[in-house]
Design a protein around this ligand. Structure first.
Ligand code: HAM
Length: 420
């Protein structure tokens, strides 16, 4: 055992499994790249105030889970717990919204940090791929994003996920609902903490996981019945667009998200093989966030998919991604002279775009062939002293086991011909 271990709630991505993570990120990003989203990267930490105002002072993320700290220079910063506030901040700071090209469509991929109680699927350092469409109010944009996430998951081979859909209303209808819900909650037999939450953020109580609370919530007023006409029409159109594309979803009038910025459309992708941490991704509209962080009115919508949980979902469904072997050709030199000759061949193959690896450390034939096997290479080039004296190397097909002698001057061509 080594002296140091990865901090609690974190884990390392190591080969060979790490290639699955790369493939998942790539599969989520591909439909976005294909739909007008540009790549954005923001710092791993931000001014703590950005998240306090953006995500919400009373959310668990801000009150309990944020890695907030003061720098030696006295700046109050936080490791980013999510991407939306940062991406919007960056778009505003870079004046992307003023370029006359709304919506500004951006995608990102990176690490996020939440000081949560770790368990399977819930980590303190995790990875998301996300998309944000900033500055347009159009149900087709909400539908586009849901479709892109759905397509990404399907392209990975995932099937046992569900899309939960809700509308959280806007600044006109939500306050009316909020008051009605508070009235209802005040009449229940709830503990002090929950009653306090009902005063600060009553919608969050709907999300309480405890049976005793859920039982009392049975007759709770639903936002669905309080939506104003504009929100109702908007939501109906999102639903119709999804229906028209054959995207299946479930209306979930109790879906509330753990971040305060949401308005209107909200959705979550849940996977049934993951136990309690079943949300593989989520998102929605955040029409007021720009103003909350000091920008102009910019109605926007986005999502983030959790890479860690998506990998767990693949495992739960028994899906293995078809990841091509990283190495196509493995070179095995036996002796000093062979080492020099093959090193040149390897460099030439690599420069020509053939994924090639080399047996280092002066290994004997047996050990080197073991490495060649493990590399997944289709071809192995073996150069021994006797062959080389005649200007030959052995080219071995690792699948069939067939082996032919090839002039060393022609081996690059021979490899190419066989891989083509
Ligand atoms: P979120 O629901 O907090 O939304 O996170 C999105 C996804 O990140 C979750 O569904 C989950 O898969 C993953 N995730 C969150 N926390 C953890 C954790 N501790 N361990 C492992 N995975 C985790 C957001 O972050 C919003 N910014 C999404 C969004 C973008 N809304 C609008 N635009």
């Amino acid at each position: 055992m080594s002296t140091f271990q990865a901090p609690k709630g974190t884990y390392d991505l190591l080969p060979p499994n790490s290639s699955t993570y790369l493939a998942v990120r790539e599969a989520i990003a591909a439909p976005l790249r294909n739909s007008g989203y540009g790549y954005v990267e923001t710092p791993g930490f931000e001014n703590v105030e950005l998240f306090a105002r953006g995500v919400g002072e009373s959310t668990d993320i801000v009150t309990k889970e944020m890695y907030a700290f003061e720098t030696k220079g006295g700046d109050r910063l936080a490791l980013r717990p999510e991407g939306t506030a940062s991406v919007l901040r960056a778009a505003l700071e870079g004046n992307l919204h003023k370029a006359g090209n709304l919506p500004v469509k951006l995608w990102y991929s990176g690490s996020y940090y939440r000081y949560e109680r770790p368990q399977k699927g819930r980590y303190r350092h995790f990875s998301q791929v996300g998309a944000e469409a900033i500055g347009a109010e159009d149900p087709a944009l909400d539908a586009e994003l849901i479709i892109l996430a759905n397509d990404a998951y399907r392209s990975l081979g995932l099937r046992n996920f569900r899309i939960l859909l809700n509308s959280l209303g806007d600044q006109e209808c939500r306050p009316v609902y909020r008051a009605a819900l508070q009235d209802f909650l005040r009449g229940l037999d709830l503990d002090e903490d929950t009653l306090r939450r009902a005063e600060i953020n009553p919608l969050r109580v709907l999300d309480d996981k405890r049976d005793a609370v859920q039982r009392q919530l049975v007759g709770a007023p639903l936002l669905r019945d309080y939506l104003c006409d504009a929100c109702k029409a908007y939501h109906e159109e999102v639903r119709e667009l999804l229906n028209a594309e054959g995207v299946e979803y479930e209306d979930d009038p109790k879906l509330v998200r753990g971040l305060d910025y949401y308005t209107r459309t909200t959705f979550e992708f849940v996977h049934d093989g993951l136990g309690s941490q079943s949300a593989v991704g989520g998102g929605g509209r955040y029409d007021g966030l720009s103003e909350m962080i000091g920008g102009p009115a910019l109605p926007s919508v986005g999502w983030a998919l959790g890479v860690d949980r998506t990998v767990l979902a693949l495992e739960a469904e028994g899906v293995t991604l078809d990841i091509p072997a990283a190495t196509s050709v493995f070179a095995v030199p036996l002796g000093e002279e062979a080492r020099r000759v093959l090193f040149r061949v390897v460099t030439e193959l690599r420069r020509g775009g053939v994924a090639t690896d080399f047996s280092y450390g002066g290994k004997g034939l047996k050990g080197a062939m073991k490495n060649a096997n493990r590399s997944g290479a289709r071809l192995t080039i073996v150069a021994g002293e006797r062959d080389l004296a005649e200007g030959l190397v052995q080219l071995k097909d690792m699948e069939s086991g067939d082996q032919v002698a090839v002039p060393v001057t022609e081996v690059v061509e021979a490899v190419r011909a066989r891989l083509a």
